[in-house]
Design a protein around this ligand. Sequence first.
Ligand SMILES: Cc1cc2nc3c(=O)[nH]c(=O)nc-3n(C[C@H](O)[C@H](O)[C@H](O)COP(=O)(O)OP(=O)(O)OC[C@H]3O[C@@H](n4cnc5c(N)ncnc54)[C@H](O)[C@@H]3O)c2cc1C
Length: 437
Amino acid sequence: MFSQNYIAGVPYWWEHGDAAPPLSSSLPANADLLIVGAGYTGLSAAIAAADAGAKVVVVDAGVPGQGASSRNGGMFGAHPRVSYQQLSKNIGEQAAAGIFEEAQSAYDFTSALIKQENIDCYFEQVGRIQLAWTADDFDQQKKQVAWIKQNTGMAMELLERDALANEISTNRYYGAIRFPTHASLHPKLFHDGLLRAALERNIDVIPHCEINSVTQQGSDFECINAAGKKISAKKVLMASNGYTRGKFNWFQRRVFPLPSFLIATEPLSNNLIQQLAPGRRMMVETRSRHSYFRVSPDGSRIIYGGRAAMRPITAERAAAILKTTMCEVWPELNDVQLSHCWSGNTGYSFTHMPNVGVHNGIHYSMGYSGSGTALAPYLGMKAAYQALGDKRGETAYSKTVFKPQWHYVGGKPYFLSIAELWYNNVVDRIESAKARK
Ligand SMILES: Cc1cc2nc3c(=O)[nH]c(=O)nc-3n(C[C@H](O)[C@H](O)[C@H](O)COP(=O)(O)OP(=O)(O)OC[C@H]3O[C@@H](n4cnc5c(N)ncnc54)[C@H](O)[C@@H]3O)c2cc1C
């Protein structure tokens, strides 16, 4: 099934973009703001803080960007993952309304950042469609669209089943919602551009520098890395999301790593791509496999992601599972070879919403729950302003619920193995049966 050049575990995106830029190798003695994590959150926070006049240092335990920020699907939009009704129940109507309003602010901020920094990352407003797997799902979508149109300014349209032929060549779905303003990008090129923008501002970005402890000393923080080197920082911002590790237990208990997997096909003919996905949108499904798929930015491949597993498995196993799921939608891809399969950690909060805040003096923004290409740069900027005491840091995302579950002490999310059994053996079967009706 796999071609000889199938590369286990290496993202397709890593074939493009900058070779490793020259980065700092030693930790300076002090900073106004130390940022832990050099993905979208950390770099956007760094740019905002440096532009506000702060001396900023960004450290990453590995190679900057090799967390989720160069592994994701490149689907760009900031609408909340949970319904308005659910959010209102959790945090009250006013805060929920604030979050829905900020979806547009986040989209505008991050797309403007891409433009302002001349980041060439195939950013394109292609729109997104959310495809209904069952007739019940489509009924829910109808209610959702009616409610959102009446109560918010968010752009979305309902697509009846007949209209889907313009979008995708399958009869699997019962209808869809189209989000016309959503966009697509190349995730690594986006990260490369943010890194370049940080380096142009003379921000120190230090790879392979894992911070192990942060201790308050007077009004400052003493931070020590794995090699025992120290930096004194006036403020610290955690931007470690689904890769939070070590002694940051308070954060780990609130944001757990949930892997998501992706495959890329070998290059396909223009005709086949046009036949499969004539709408060229970003595509997601309502079923709980969380499948998301798209055409690659150069128009040559299908990139298909989803829940191959809820815990780490080999790339070969994940590829086999995702290919089966992909071929349920597009049986014509059965004989096509895959070139890549990879995974990354999404940082899930227990309410599926991110939070921006401060704990024991340490600022943070995390918990994007698989939806961070537009939100992480925006909320990184907000967290940086909060750390600097700048009122531009105000955001409704400081009001989301950010609580641990009593049974989870952080580290390895043991409950995902149980959840996986439940999804594989119960939820997926029910959804398949409903879809066949
Ligand atoms: C497979 C996958 C597909 C996705 N698809 C989409 C999508 O299509 N659309 C969308 O909107 N979102 C998507 N997401 C989510 C999105 O990629 C993330 O929300 C976003 O990249 C988070 O950025 P970040 O900077 O907060 O975290 P990351 O990019 O994960 O960076 C965190 C960094 O922190 C570093 N770190 C952790 N602990 C320490 C420490 N103690 N010391 C130093 N460094 C540390 C890590 O090394 C890592 O580099 C996807 C995620 C994954 C994994």
